[in-house]
Every structure is written in C-alpha cells, then in structure tokens.
Design a protein around this ligand. Structure first.
Ligand SMILES: [Zn+2]
Length: 64
C-alpha cells in the first residue's frame, strides 16, 4: 500500500529577514539626532555605529 503524498513536507520560505530598524519618534530631538547619525554612519559604512543608534532608538521609551 503506497499512499501518494499530496503534501510533502513543504518548507515554508520565510522572506529574507531584514533587521527591522526602529524609526525616530516624532518630536523627539534625541531620536532625530540618532537617526541623522545613523544615516551618516551608514553612508560611511560604519555599521557598528548604525546598530548602536538602533539600540538607542529602541530605548526611546526608557529615555536616551
Ligand atoms: Zn527618542
């Protein structure tokens, strides 16, 4: 008895996981500054600073 496999273990392909970057909170000078620094760092290829800025942006609710 052979059962046709109608549903072979189908790997669900997740979309390429990009790091969701936090956006600056409107009217927050700290966030705006961090976003600017992040943009400049990214333009210069300084991904360490980019991720540092992301960390601070995520911490907005706790204060910068
Ligand atoms: Zn902020």
């Amino acid at each position: 008895m052979s059962q046709p496999r109608t549903y072979p273990s189908e790997a669900v392909e997740l979309p390429l996981r990009l790091d969701a970057e936090p956006g600056p909170v409107p009217d927050c000078a700290g966030c705006t500054e961090l976003a600017n620094v992040r943009d400049r760092a990214r333009a210069g290829g300084d991904m360490t600073t980019v991720s540092d800025c992301n960390v601070f942006l995520r911490r907005h609710p706790e204060g910068h």
